[in-house]
Design a protein around this ligand. Structure first.
Ligand code: PLP
Length: 471
């Protein structure tokens, strides 16, 4: 399985730890680990979870379930931390990767906290535009941008278009010429590094759809073509190596390779690279055992790696740029579900696994089914001191792979009507949500200082039927 920017590569290696480890204590099953849960999430006096000072029971009562909840103060603080740590490490620009989750409110929050926004489609661009984020703060990605998307980006004055193919160089050049502007572009280079969590794979070439190879001469050819086109100006090179990365070792190999491409461009074409965008992919904790290095250390290490690579190559140090997505919004969000049915199933081993069905599933969180992603789940509407039971939290879709949390411990007294909270669902859940089985996609509620407000409203049956021309 190849890595996807939004998830792990080794879905096939996910085992069944719940069936093998000893049961945790009731306290452990009630606890909200700081590394996993939003910063303003705790249990109130009666044991129910609060987030941003709002009781989750009130959120579910007012907004329905399932519902995504975003801790605004947490999200803003992470945006600020990334902006400041990576600026300190030599970045002139830090973009929020919109694909993790985007809405008008969130676009404004991250922009107010000092981030630009990286968009990868006309739709993401439209949201950023509606939020009033200026073009200069935007960067556009995509391996097959349509002419309409390219034109919209140029008309709005998007500060960087990252070109991904030779066809696209010609398309952006022609759209910019038609608009009478010189469009700043970057070349997306692939460097044969694929990173995920504790490991990365380094190969000579990349077997994937993104970018132009730094090793075969394709990236150099792209730079040569851009240099000849008066409606384009090359600002730099771009490399994104993967997602959910826990340390800087993959960046080290990637930076070495991209800097050696910059050195060849300097020597062979007399072109100096002003900006080096090293992409996103900074990892977060989904479960207690996840242990990504902290923001400041990661930023400082990557900054030093880039400086050293440039010094070794004897080139002037370009300014850096980054595009974290998951790390900004992921930890700030949770999903609330209501428990519907509880079904104990005896396994061949004699172990009993209890299937807990909730009122959502793979339509609001596809990551478990798609990549074997792991999540933490807690009883949220109350606390319990009942002994833990081994559970699998599943959705309501017509697929046996419709799993939200593969292995979880929940209190034995769990009952229909209880609310469950799943942590770290701020990234790649709402943005990848579907209407499978004609479920309405959940709304997104922002919380801060004891108040909740709708960021994206829940879909209605009318929204769904409104698309059907025979309805
Ligand atoms: C997905 C992606 C990102 C963001 O990745 P995260 O893991 O969410 O930080 C940044 N840049 C590019 C090019 C991407 O494809």
């Amino acid at each position: 399985m190849r890595a996807h920017p939004a998830g792990p590569r080794h879905g096939d290696l996910v085992t069944d730890p719940g069936a093998m480890v000893a049961a945790p204590t009731a306290e452990a099953v009630d606890a909200l680990a700081e590394s996993v849960w939003p910063r303003h999430c705790s249990r109130g006096a009666d044991g129910a979870m609060t987030i941003g000072g709002v009781d989750v029971r009130d959120i579910a009562a007012d907004h329905g379930s399932p519902v995504y909840v975003l801790d605004e103060v947490d999200l803003r603080s992470r945006a600020r931390e990334y902006a400041s740590a990576y600026r300190q490490a030599g970045a002139s620009r830090v973009y929020y990767a919109a694909k993790a989750f985007l809405s008008v409110a969130v676009a404004r929050w991250v922009f107010e906290e000092g981030l630009g926004i990286d968009v990868a489609s006309g739709g993401e661009l439209a949201v950023a535009v509606r939020a009033g984020v200026p073009g200069d703060a935007l960067l556009m990605h995509g391996n097959n941008k349509s002419m309409a998307e390219i034109t919209a980006a140029i008309e709005y004055g998007v500060g960087r278009i990252v070109v991904d193919s030779f066809e696209e160089i010609a398309r952006v050049a022609s759209a910019a010429a038609d608009a009478g502007v010189v469009q700043p572009v970057m070349v997306r280079a692939t460097v044969g590094v694929e990173a995920h969590t504790h490991e990365f794979i380094a190969t000579a070439h990349e077997d994937q759809k993104f970018g132009l190879s730094a090793e075969t001469g394709a990236a150099e050819e792209a730079v040569r073509r851009i240099a000849k086109l008066p409606s384009l100006s090359l600002v730099g090179l771009h490399s994104h190596i993967g997602s959910q990365i826990f340390d800087s070792s993959g960046f080290e190999v990637a930076a070495g390779r991209i800097v050696s491409l910059a050195q060849r461009l300097h020597e062979e074409q007399g072109i100096d690279i002003a900006e080096l965008n090293l992409g996103g992919g900074m990892g977060i904790a989904y479960v207690d055992s996840d242990d990504p290095i902290n923001v400041a250390d990661m930023a400082a290490q990557i900054g030093r790696i880039a400086s050293r690579a440039c010094a070794d190559a004897g080139i002037d140090e370009p300014t850096l740029a980054f595009e974290p997505g998951r790390a900004i919004v992921g930890p700030a969000g949770i999903t609330l579900y209501e428990v519907g049915t509880i079904k104990p199933v005896e396994l061949d081993s004699g172990v009993v696994r209890t299937y807990v069905s909730v009122d959502g599933g793979m339509s609001d969180n596809i990551r478990t089914a798609l990549y074997g992603a792991e999540y933490s789940v807690r009883l949220a509407s109350r606390s319990s001191s009942a002994p833990p039971m081994l559970c699998r939290v599943v959705g309501k879709h017509c697929e046996s792979g419709d799993v939200v949390v593969r292995d979880a411990w929940l209190p034995e007294d769990l009952a229909p009507g209880d609310l469950l909270a799943v942590a770290a669902t701020g990234a790649y859940c709402r943005s990848m949500a579907s209407n499978y089985n004609y479920l309405t996609r959940p709304g997104v509620v922002g919380v801060r200082d004891g108040a909740a407000s709708t960021i994206i409203r829940r879909e209605t049956m009318d929204d769904l039927l409104g698309l059907d021309t025979h309805a």
